[in-house]
Design a protein around this ligand. Structure first.
Ligand code: FES
Length: 219
């Protein structure tokens, strides 16, 4: 799939938003991915041309970060955290249930192009472990049953809400958001709840304070 002229114009605009244009490479790769469902050699070449970099330099970024894919993801990206806390609290069982349901393993798309399954690292969401993500929106406190239910509802075209965010859209839409395109959803959903604030509340009640930071040396 060719990168459209409209997308190239947006890539050029992204490059103007930073003091050094090369700093735009990551949102630009997300924008390319939103259009092509992966980061292709052509997408890399376009980013390189806009930024005045070599294709090798852009490839170095695209191949280092796991959020950039080199083959088509499909309609929905499904991540399951299997790091220590989520794994101990059931993340491995959630992953296995989804793998069985979808018939694919880690970093694999389903043949119908609907889902991509991936074991993911800690999402700093351990308060609600085990967590899964759908197009990088959180599904908190999942079980094997609730996780499979999410997949089944998405496959049936039913609306699915993140437990702390907006209604799930699709992978391409999330990639546009990650490319810094305003999706108008910044205030959608509940981003903070009592459980997340429990530690802060206890610290205030008990008068805990962070230790002072050492003075920085001049010069
Ligand atoms: S270990 Fe899963 S979110 Fe931290």
């Amino acid at each position: 799939m060719a990168i459209s002229e409209a997308t190239v114009a947006q890539l050029r605009e992204l490059a103007t938003k930073y003091p050094r244009s090369r700093s735009a490479v990551m949102p630009m790769l997300h924008l390319v991915q939103s259009e092509e469902d992966e980061v292709t050699a052509e997408g890399i070449a376009v980013c390189a041309e806009v930024l005045g970099l070599t294709a090798a330099e852009v490839t170095a970024v695209a191949s280092f970060y796991t959020m950039y894919k080199r083959r088509p993801v499909g309609r929905h990206h499904i991540g399951v955290c299997t790091n220590t806390l989520c794994g101990l609290l059931g993340g491995d069982a959630v992953y296995q249930a989804l793998s069985d349901r979808l018939g694919v393993g880690h970093n694999e798309p389903t043949p119908d192009g609907q889902f991509w399954l991936e074991r993911i690292e800690c999402q700093a969401a351990c308060t609600h472990a085990p967590v899964m993500t759908v197009d990088w929106e959180f599904m908190d406190d999942v079980t094997p049953t609730s996780a499979v239910d999410v997949i089944d509802r998405l496959a049936a075209g039913q609306p699915v809400e993140s437990t702390r965010g907006p209604v799930i859209r699709d992978f391409a839409a999330t990639e546009r958001t990650l490319a810094l395109m305003d999706d108008g959803l910044a205030d959608a959903g509940n981003c903070v709840d009592d459980k997340m604030l429990a530690g802060l509340r206890l610290a205030k009640e008990r008068g805990f304070a962070a230790p002072a930071t050492p003075a920085t040396k001049e010069g």
